[in-house]
Design a protein around this ligand. Structure first.
Ligand code: ADP
Ligand code: MG
Length: 350
């Protein structure tokens, strides 16, 4: 392989940043991680790490000077910061995408505007707005920004319940109708320059307490939903002029309607199994796309099931011995916290 001299900057030092750095290493690309977390696990996987608050101009400039291209592991980096960096070095996917996707209201508006269905939703500013939208109950009240793994969400069965909860109306919220879920799936896609792309088959996901617990391929869905989900993910990537790997999360309701839940403008937890199921993982494809390397045709090697290892469970997994078809990934987080993703186990199947 030709030795690349490219240096990739990654904003964020969690498990996604770590797995991106690992994929870059395989391609001989040097990685520099920018993170505000002194305990960031990515320090075990990248070539260099810069610890700084994301709005500290001097560190950002240092970071940008040292790298050729910048990407990120999470979508909640302030838009201003990404935009500032993009004046110094290319940022991919482009910051304007984050601006749309990091707010649940603008995200859902965008999806509906391109003709793709989501749950019904409305912007909520006060208790009154909830009482006035009873047709959306039972529903989920979600903060428009900064929510992940179900954080910042309330399930509202009726309007009386809403008045008992401590809802912070100073933060923007949306109320969305609760879907009677038949199942959840996701589609991971990588778009390259010139509208070239690779797309993985839909992944079936099981959430427990609003956190992803298990992902499986093949998803148990009909051909129609399989194709529709891939077509929609492709359209979203095209309309966003997206470069890199992204994921679309879908709901399938009891009547087999396909609804987009949300877009993750980054590599995604449900795509971790692609490390073991395909010739090129979602992480390597992301690196290939943002660094403008060759697109390689995607080949599936096997089926698999991935489970997330959450909180204290990690202790049992660290001392286990694994069989040939089991692949355990320890995120090497120093602190074990309840409901925190600490690692994952992928079991491949024929
Ligand atoms: P996050 O950004 O935290 O991932 P999501 O909106 O994806 O937030 O919600 C997390 C999970 O909660 C979903 O994957 C789903 O299992 C459940 N959930 C969220 N919204 C709804 C809804 N409107 N109807 C039914 N289940 C929902
Ligand atoms: Mg989600």
């Amino acid at each position: 392989m030709v030795k690349s001299k490219l240096v990739l900057g990654i904003i964020g030092g969690g498990q996604l940043g770590s797995m991106l750095a690992t994929a870059a290493k395989k391609l001989k690309i040097k990685t520099i991680v920018l993170t505000d977390d002194l305990k960031a696990p990515a320090k075990n996987f990248c070539d260099e790490i810069i610890f700084s608050k994301y709005d500290r101009q001097k560190s950002i400039e240092d970071f940008a000077r040292k790298v050729d291209v910048v990407t990120f592991e999470f979508e909640n980096i302030p838009f201003k910061v990404l935009e500032y960096i993009s004046r110094l070095k290319p940022v991919l996917p482009k910051p304007s995408i984050n601006q749309i996707v990091q707010n649940r209201f603008t995200e859902k508006n965008f999806i509906n505007n391109i003709g793709i269905k989501t749950t019904n939703y409305v912007l909520i500013n006060n208790q009154f707005d909830i009482s006035n939208n009873k047709d959306l109950l039972p529903g989920l009240l979600k903060t428009c920004t900064l929510g992940y793994d179900g954080k910042g969400q309330f399930v509202l069965e009726n309007k009386d319940e809403a008045s008992k909860l401590k809802i912070e109306f100073d933060k923007e919220q949306i109320l969305e109708k609760k879907v009677n879920l038949k199942k959840e799936i996701s589609v991971v896609i990588t778009r390259f320059l010139n509208n070239d792309f690779v797309i993985y088959e839909p992944i079936e996901n099981k959430h427990v307490d609003q956190i992803l617990y298990r992902s499986i391929i093949p998803a148990d869905i009909n051909k129609d939903i399989f194709e529709k989900a891939q077509q929609q993910a492709k359209l979203i990537a095209e309309k966003l002029d997206y470069i890199g790997t992204m994921c679309v999360e879908y709901f399938i309701d009891e009547k087999n309607n396909l609804l987009v839940n949300e877009i993750a403008p980054r590599v995604h937890n449900s795509g971790h199994l692609t490390i073991n199921t395909h010739n090129i993982s979602q992480f390597e494809n992301h690196i290939r796309a943002v660094c403008n390397l060759e697109k390689i045709e995607l080949k599936k090697i096997c089926n698999a099931e991935m489970i997330n290892v959450i909180g204290n469970e990690i202790k049992n997994y660290r001392d286990k011995t694994y069989s040939k078809n089991e692949f355990f990934f320890d995120y090497m987080k120093l602190k074990i916290k309840e409901k925190r993703k600490m690692g994952h186990l992928t079991t491949t199947k024929l």
